[in-house]
Design a protein around this ligand. Sequence first.
Ligand SMILES: *[C@@H]1O[C@H](CO)[C@@H](O)[C@H](O)[C@H]1NC(C)=O
Ligand SMILES: *[C@@H]1O[C@H](CO)[C@@H](O)[C@H](O)[C@H]1NC(C)=O
Ligand SMILES: *[C@@H]1O[C@H](CO)[C@@H](O)[C@H](O)[C@H]1NC(C)=O
Ligand SMILES: *[C@@H]1O[C@H](CO)[C@@H](O)[C@H](O)[C@H]1NC(C)=O
Ligand SMILES: *[C@@H]1O[C@H](CO)[C@@H](O)[C@H](O)[C@H]1NC(C)=O
Ligand SMILES: *[C@@H]1O[C@H](CO)[C@@H](O)[C@H](O)[C@H]1NC(C)=O
Length: 768
Amino acid sequence: MSPSNKMELPNAVFHLLISMLFLLVHHVSSQRSTYIIHMDKTSMPKAFSSHHFWYSSLLTSSKSVSQNADKSEPKLIYTYDHAFHGFSAVLSTDEVESLKNSAGFISAYKDGVAMPDTTHSTKFLGLTSASGLWPASNYGKDVIIGIIDTGIWPESPSFKDDGMTEIPARWKGACNGGEDFNSSLCNKKIIGARYFNQGGRASNPDREFKDSARDDDGHGSHVASIAAGNIVEGVSFFGYAPGTARGVAPRARLAVYKVLFFGAAESDLLAGMDQAVADGVDIISVSISSRAENLYESPFAIASFGAREKGIMVCTSAGNRGTRGVRTIFKGVPWAMVVASGTVDRWFAGTLTLGNGKTITGWTTFPARANIRNLQLVYNQTSSACDSPDFFTDAPPDSIFICNLNTGNADLGTVMLYQPGTNVRASIVITSTTAEIFRSTSFPEPGVVITPEEGEEVIRYASTSASPTATIDFQQTILGRGGPRGVPALSDDSSRGPGVSYERILKPDIMAPGVLILAAFHPQLMATRIGRNIDLSSDYNLISGTSMACPHVSGIAALLKAAHPDWSPAAVQSAMMTTANPLDSNKQPIKDLEGIEASPLGIGSGHVDPNRALDPGLVYDASVQELVNLVCSMNFTRNQTQTIIKSSYRCLNPTADLNYPSFVALIRAEEIGRTLTRRFRRRVTNVGNGAATYKVTVEVPVNTTAVVEPQTLVFRKKNETKRYSLTIRYKADIEIQHREGAVIWIDQTGKYRVRSPIMVSAAADNFE
Ligand SMILES: *[C@@H]1O[C@H](CO)[C@@H](O)[C@H](O)[C@H]1NC(C)=O
Ligand SMILES: *[C@@H]1O[C@H](CO)[C@@H](O)[C@H](O)[C@H]1NC(C)=O
Ligand SMILES: *[C@@H]1O[C@H](CO)[C@@H](O)[C@H](O)[C@H]1NC(C)=O
Ligand SMILES: *[C@@H]1O[C@H](CO)[C@@H](O)[C@H](O)[C@H]1NC(C)=O
Ligand SMILES: *[C@@H]1O[C@H](CO)[C@@H](O)[C@H](O)[C@H]1NC(C)=O
Ligand SMILES: *[C@@H]1O[C@H](CO)[C@@H](O)[C@H](O)[C@H]1NC(C)=O
C-alpha cells in the first residue's frame, strides 16, 4: 500500500494480496460481506426524522425476514448523504435480497478493495513569483484541497502554517483527534483530519486498525505536500535534489481524509469523499486505484459525480499499470480529471572520471558520498555480463567493475545483490533497457548506470590503458537534463487509455510530473537502503507514480480556482487541457521512456502548463445536467443510472456528445472494413478580455478527413458562447489501431491556441 517505487515487490501489491487473502478467509467463515447500498432518498417515509434512522430500520427488517441461520446481525457501517445517498452494511446475501424489496432501493454491490497507485517540479512547470499563475492566484490562498489517502504526518515542516491567514468561516470540517494524533496538531495549513476504517475493519476483522488520521505509510503526506505543502528550505534526498520544497499551491489549505489503512475498502473511500463534500472542500485529490469496471459500481465514480454536482473538481491518478497497446486505465470517469505521469528535467548523477580525464555523468541514486577515488578499473570480457556472484569475488581487490548488461541475464538489481562483500567497490553498469531504473531510488551499492555509447568509450579506455583507473562522485543533481529521452517523457508505468469503465471520453486527460518527485515523507519508515540491511529514513523522499502526478494537477486546479472563483470544475479542467503541451523539449511529440511516441492514449491533451491555463482564451464548459445526459446515454438500466445521478435528475435528453475538450472516435470490431463518419458538437465560451476572432486549424489524423464548421468564430464580448461541429470520416482498418490529430482554435492576435486532441482508436471489443 505504499508507493511502488521500490524494485522489490511493491508494498501496494503485497498489501493487496494480504487483504484479498483476508477477504477470502473471511468469506469462507461467514456468508456476510460488506455491501454498498444506493437508495432513492425521496422515497423515505415521513415517519423517519433522518435518513440514518430509515436505513437502520431497513436493516433490522431485512434481518427479521432472513432465513439465515447464523446468529450475527446485519451491521450498519456508514450512511452517506452528500456525494450520494445510501449506506454500507455487513449483510448476508439473503438480507441483500430482502433489502431489494424495500421502497427506495436502487442498487447494491459488494465492497471492493482500493489502493494507492504508487521540488523542483514547480519550477519545471514554470511557476514563478515574478508573473503568471502564482501571483495571479495569491498562491492558491484559501482554496481547500481534500486529500483522500493514507493520512498525514502533521509534524512535517511542509505542513507548518507560517504565512497562512485565519481559516475561512465557510469551512465546516473538523480535526478529529485519535490514536497518536492530537487534534491540536491541525493548524491553519491542515484544517481538517478525519479517518474512515469501518469498512476495512468489517472485511478484515483480525487486523488492527489505528483510529487516527496519522499517516503510517508516507504516501498521504507525500501527496498532500505536493499539492499544497508550505515552503521548506534546505531539503534533499540524501544529497540528491537539494533545494526548497514547496507545494504547487503553497497557500492552499489541506483537509485530510484517511481511508487507506492496508488496502482500503471502497466503502471507506466513499465515506471519505462523502465527508469531504459535506465539509466544503473545493478540490478533491484521489491518488488511489480502483478496479471497478462499471461506473455504477465504482464508489469513486459515483462520489465524484456527487462532488461535481456541488461544484467540486475531482482529480485522480491514471494508475501505474502501463503499458503501451493495452487499456489499463480503469477510472474512465468522464467527470473526473485523470492524470498520467511524466518525467521532469532533472538527472541524479554520479560523475565518472576516467584516469585519462574524460568525464561521464552516469545515473545513480546511491544515497551517500561513497569514497571511490582513483581505483583500478576492470573490464574482463568473460565476466562483464555480471550474472554470476563469482565474477565479483574473482575481481581484483578495491576495483571498479564494468558490467555490460546488454550481454547477459543480469539487471541492476542483480548487480546490487552480488556486489556487497566482494572485491568490487563500485560498478559501472552499461544498459540500454533502463526505463524502470530512471523512476526508482533503489540503488543500495555504489555504482553508476551509463548508456551503451558511453560504455564503449569506457571499455576502450579500460582495455587499452596500462593501468586504468576511475573516480565516481556521488550526490550530483543536474537540472535541464531529463532521462535518456526528451523532457517530459511519459513514465513507462503510467496507465493507458481508452478508459475501461467508459471509453467514449478520451482518458487520461493530461500529464503532470510524477517521476522521482521530492516531497514530505513518514520520517520513521524506510525511504531507501544501503547494502542488504541498512534501512535509511528521511523527512523527504523521492517517489514515482501517477499518485504523484495527480496532486500536481489538484494544486494547479486550486490555483486556477483562486484566480477564477467563478469558473466551474469543467472550465478549470478545460483551461488545463486546451493549454497543455503535446511536445517535449525537443519540440517533438512527447514520447514514452522507451522512446516511442506516447499518443493521447498515454498523455491525454499533453503536459500541463499552469501559466497558460490561467488565461486559456476559450473554455469548454459543461453543466451537471449535461453530465446527466451523458450518463443517460450509457444504456444502463434505470437503477444503474439512478445510482449515479440520484433522484434529483431525469433523463430528458440522453447524449454521448458531452461538451468535452477532446475527441475520441472508436472503431468497433463489427465496423472493420467500413468507412465511418462521426460528428461531434461543441460549445466554447470566450473567457478572454473582450471581443475576439478565432480561426480553426485542424491537424488531420492519417487516412482520415476532419472538417470543422464554421471555421471562424467571432466573439463580440467576454462570456459569449459559440458552437461548432467536427465531422471525421475514416476507414475502419485493422492494421492501424490508433491515429491522432487535433482541433486548434487560434485567435487573430496569435495569443491564444486552444487545442483539443483527436484520437481515432480501436474500441474495447477490438483492442489488441
Ligand atoms: C430498482 O429500483 C426500484 C425502486 O426504485 C426497486 O423496486 C427495484 O427492485 C430495483 N430493481 C433492481 C433490479 O434492483
Ligand atoms: C493535546 O494537546 C493539548 C495541547 O497541546 C494538550 O493540552 C492535551 O493534553 C493533549 N491531549 C492528549 C490526549 O494528549
Ligand atoms: C576474467 O573473469 C573470469 C571469470 O571470473 C576469470 O576466470 C578470469 O581469470 C578473468 N580474467 C582476468 C584476465 O582477470
Ligand atoms: C446504446 O444503445 C443505442 C441503441 O441500441 C446505441 O446506438 C448506442 O451506441 C448505445 N450506447 C452505448 C454507450 O453503448
Ligand atoms: C493509409 O492508407 C493506406 C492505403 O490504404 C495504407 O497503406 C496506410 O498504411 C495507411 N496509413 C495509416 C497510418 O493509416
Ligand atoms: C462573465 O461571467 C462571469 C460568471 O458568470 C461573471 O462573474 C462576469 O461578471 C462576466 N463578465 C462579463 C464581462 O460579462
